[in-house]
Design a protein around this ligand. Sequence first.
Ligand SMILES: Cc1ncc(COP(=O)(O)O)c(C=O)c1O
Length: 439
Amino acid sequence: MSGSNERHLDAFWMPFTANRWYRNAPRLITEASGVRYRDEAGRELFDFASGLWCVNAGHCHPRIVAAIQEQAGKLDYAMSFQLGHPEVFRLAERLAELAPPGLDRVFFCNSGSESVDTALKIALAWHRQRGHAGRNRLIGRVRGYHGVGFGGISVGGIGNNRRQYPVQLPGTDHLPHTHAPAQMGFSRGQPEWGAHLADALDDLVALHGPETIAAVIVEPVAGSAGVLVPPVGYLERLRERCTAHGILLIFDEVITAFGRIGHLFGSQRFDVVPDIICCAKGLTNGAVPMGAVLVRRELFDDFMEGPELAIELAHGYTYSGHPLATAAAHATLDVYAEEGLFTHARGLEQQFEDRLHGLKQRAAITDIRNIGLMGALDLEPVPGEPSRRGITLFEQAFEAGLVVRTAGDTLALCPPLVTQPDELDMMFDRLEQALIALP
Ligand SMILES: Cc1ncc(COP(=O)(O)O)c(C=O)c1O
């Protein structure tokens, strides 16, 4: 590969990337269509990561592309502060209709991280609004990922994402994570063991006092930590304990919403209704940044008091409800419905699970987990060199014509929902090649 200066690769400080490693052998994607990328050398690669858990309907879907193009020529921008455009109101109505019952008020933002910070702020402000200003403690979970804002890293539970930043929100605490390989190693779908781990909330309540806790935030399925699937009964128990203690339950569905586990919202698969849902990613199929926070109606109503000219929630973004994102979201929701993609995704689940667990003998693998079209496997680390095996797998998969997502020595897989059975087989065949070649 020629020198990176010549190719102007120096200035971009890449996110969540080992920048020096990348520049040694830059991989540049130049086109995409359906479940495939093309790199600058013209090679086709399967996208086994759905972009970054977001391109659920496949890349450059013509319907979504056309909607964005048309909108760009019609209304490029209109602020949502004291003004609005019709389509964003219609989008909120659509999401409200599709959401679990009662969550029918929608706040728009631009990313998953912003949706998390928005949800945490709404939770704090709501308790204060009701005269319970002492409820200002936020509970996350170890190994949870809630984006990169200060709120998100404070309730988040991934050590590497927190350690560089000595200043975080005060008054946060964490539930234990739910991954116990000895009890649930190589589970298919939800592990039977572990519902009782939700009772740890009672310990935190006893420690801090219920009158100090505003909200609990969890991902229904922890995604970035490597697809940690909730044990049977765990989310139900957490819902029940939150209600008992007057604590709001926030589901961070940035990954699990929009069909990833076969339903529009993950909470619909588990049949557990939180008070607030965060979403982003698949909302616009990744084509234009957008996030949303769905809130139970009664919470919203509690804010609608006081002087009529007072702003009820001092929060918002220049690009809240951006017209291009709104157009992309409408088209994406149309595609999900008209192409029956959630049903299609459910139809792929068994093949996905069988092929994923069939990898067990292909390398030194210490665990495999899956639900819906989310899967992960843990590679045994090279002694003294954490991440080495993961990054080597990423490189070898790329050589084999496959883009995968690795974090440390964990590989996470999430095919686009539009993937056809023969394409899914080809993705796994290539992955197998890469795993077998792993030193
Ligand atoms: C559960 C969850 N929350 C929040 C985020 C942050 O989203 P973003 O990167 O759009 O800020 C992510 C991103 O992967 C996520 O998986």
